[in-house]
Design a protein around this ligand. Structure first.
Ligand code: F6R
Length: 609
């Protein structure tokens, strides 16, 4: 989704800093980019449809500035055009604004501003911000006062970066429900939608909370203010633990491939220091401060979106089976508007790779006053969700850049397995076998990755189909849902995920020689039932590509093609199945020549509703 960057410093580096910051934010997905900087007391702007590189090329090498803001836009209000790209201005171009989020009352504000003579040149919700500041500036004592008054009128979600010709030595930024981080360096400040954009300059960061704004100056000094309560905020900078070298693509053709190949490392890193196989113990430091509250939990509601939601569904099976606690998984976008009974003995667990998903944040906000425990399984350290929850377990998967989530799913399911074990207090008969299996999984993951060549061959064979069914039972069911999502988002093939037992209740009608099925048929107590479903599909001339456990000869007779994964427990099978399905989707997308890392219409971090 949209990304913002703003830089102010004592050296003439602002344009490069903003362009590099925008490049670091490219993975979030965008369709146009723009920059505004101060040349003396004049604001100069450049906007381009397409890549940040187009902006770089247009600006050339000789541009210098000390203050600049920039933006990557993912269209929400108004088409992908230069006029809709940010920054947006007031009429005399003395105020420039970049924005990530949605101004929900923009129609009302636009009408009121129009009635007062303001002329709008774009279709965006953002343009109201520059005009609104302008309006308040007519009567305010200072620019800051006008900025604060404007913030008081905006509803919705925003991370804003603002510069003004009136104060060329100042950069303003503000936050409500959209991520914003301030990087603090020697004689400079940089604000951005996520830390990847500030890493080039500093590891010292301050995360902004809702209803806060920053006033940063050229010498690197800054002030934060809570504009809801009109109070100054004093918050120490944190030092980011981030290995920038891990953020590159390395020798891989795409980030998605690199991230799939990180699976063995991801599995190890999610369990590192948390499991001890010899002594059969688990240790989840992130849950230690809520140990006593966890004892009284009689129900867990998991909220998440997309792939994280499917990881949550695997978590439901795991926690119910291993810890015996009833679990309900809800889409965060539904949960936040539902009126359901929610007692204090229910804990809410939010799962999110980015930690910035608007719907998941809203779900957490909804229960703020319920007095219940709010837990998180989050990948991005320091993100909004990580900071909002009472306790949680980090995924430690490292930055995920491809829009399609791969290694984060692996890490989330691993962490949910650890949480299930933790909540079981060692009482489950699965405790020891699961610990041993978690320890063995990285090696098994490697053997799946070693099958890339045959996966490529299969992808070529199946890439021309327009539809795909994904089927699974038990732990294979959430895998089927996730497999279908991965294929449709990377390859634009219509794919449906179903519980295999549901086939006869409707979906079987779709099956014909042009509608193949990806059947998850790994070792499980339900395997024979899955065989019957495969037979039913074959009887209707449907093609079957199965994923099965090594050594299964029956499946070779039933299916057209088989992908084999190493023997594993039913409970850990989603971790290996997912890797195989991710590789398959990746190669189908490559075969079809699509932009694998940035599928059309999608953004990495969905920071608006
Ligand atoms: C799919 C995908 C999305 C995300 C979803 C939630 O591959 O990446 O479905 O899983 O947008 O994002 P997070 O986990 O950041 O909350």
């Amino acid at each position: 989704m949209c990304g913002i960057v703003g830089y102010i410093g004592s050296q003439q580096r602002a344009i490069d800093a903003v362009l590099n910051g925008l490049t670091a934010l490219e993975y979030r997905g965008y369709d146009s980019a723009g920059i505004a900087f101060l040349d003396g007391e004049t604001i100069i702007t450049n906007k381009q449809v397409g890549r940040v590189q187009a902006l770089r090329d247009a600006l050339g090498d000789d541009k210098t500035a000390m203050t600049a803001i920039g933006h990557t836009r993912w269209a929400t209000h108004g088409g992908v055009t230069i006029k809709n790209a940010h920054p947006h201005y007031n009429s005399d171009q003395t105020i420039a604004v970049v924005h990530n989020g949605i101004i929900e009352n923009h129609v009302e504000l636009r009408n009121s501003l129009r009635a007062q003579g303001y002329i709008f040149v774009s279709d965006t919700d953002t343009e109201v911000v520059s005009h609104l500041i302008d309006l308040y500036r007519r009567s305010s004592k200072t620019f800051q006062e006008a900025f604060e008054q404007a913030l008081g009128q905006l509803r919705g979600a925003y991370a804003l970066g603002v510069i003004t010709a009136e104060e060329p030595d100042v950069l303003y930024a503000a936050r409500l429900s959209s991520p914003l981080v301030l990087g603090v360096g020697d004689g400079m400040c940089i604000v951005a939608s996520d830390p990847s954009a500030v890493m080039e300059h500093t590891r010292r960061v301050v995360y902004l909370n809702d209803y806060e704004f920053i006033r940063a100056e050229r010498d690197g000094t800054y002030h934060i203010k809570d504009f809801k309560h009109s109070l100054p905020v004093s918050r120490k900078a944190e030092v980011l633990d981030y290995d920038a070298t891990k953020a590159g693509k390395g020798d891989y053709a795409h980030f998605m491939l690199k991230e799939i190949y990180e699976a063995p490392y991801t599995l190890r890193s999610a369990t590192l220091g948390r499991i001890r196989v010899e002594s059969s113990t688990t240790k989840l430091g992130g849950l230690e401060n809520v140990t006593s509250q966890l004892r009284y939990i009689d129900r867990l509601v998991i909220v998440a979106c997309g792939t994280s939601y499917y990881a949550g569904l695997v978590g439901e099976y795991l926690i119910e089976e291993i810890a015996g606690i009833p679990v309900e998984v809800q889409l965060a976008s539904e949960f936040k508007y539902r009126n359901e009974p929610f007692s204090r003995s229910t804990a809410l667990l939010a799962i999110s790779q980015s930690g910035e998903t608007a719907d998941t944040i809203a779900a957490l906000k909804k229960v703020e006053d319920y007095g219940c425990l709010r837990l998180g399984v989050v990948n991005t350290v320091g993100s909004t969700i990580a900071r909002m929850t009472d306790a949680g377990v980090y995924c430690h998967a490292g930055p995920e850049q491809a829009v399609a989530s791969t290694k984060a799913f692996i890490a989330q399911v691993t962490v949910l397995t650890l949480i299930a074990l933790h909540l079981s207090n060692g009482a489950s008969k699965l405790y020891r076998p699961l610990l041993a299996e978690l320890d063995a999984l990285p090696k098994k993951a490697e053997t799946i990755l070693a099958q890339a060549a045959s996966m490529k061959r299969l992808a070529k064979k199946y890439a021309h189909y327009r539809d795909f069914m994904f089927l699974g039972r038990g732990y294979g069911y959430p895998c089927a849902l996730e497999g279908a999502l991965k294929l449709k988002e990377t390859s634009y093939i219509h794919a449906e995920g179903y519980a295999a037992g549901e086939m006869k209740h409707g979906p079987l009608a779709m099956i014909d020689p042009d509608f193949p099925t990806f059947a998850i048929a790994t070792h499980s107590p339900l395997l024979e039932k899955t065989y019957s479903n495969i037979e039913e599909i074959r009887a209707r001339q449907g093609k079957v590509l199965a994923i099965a456990t090594e050594g299964n000869e029956t499946i070779a007779r039933l299916a057209d093609d088989v992908i084999y994964i190493p023997e594993t427990l039913d409970q850990t099978s989603p971790l290996l199945v997912a890797i195989a399905m991710q590789l398959f989707s990746y190669y189908v997308a490559v075969t079809k020549g699509y932009d694998v890392d940035r599928p059309r219409n999608l953004a990495k971090s969905v920071t608006v509703e």
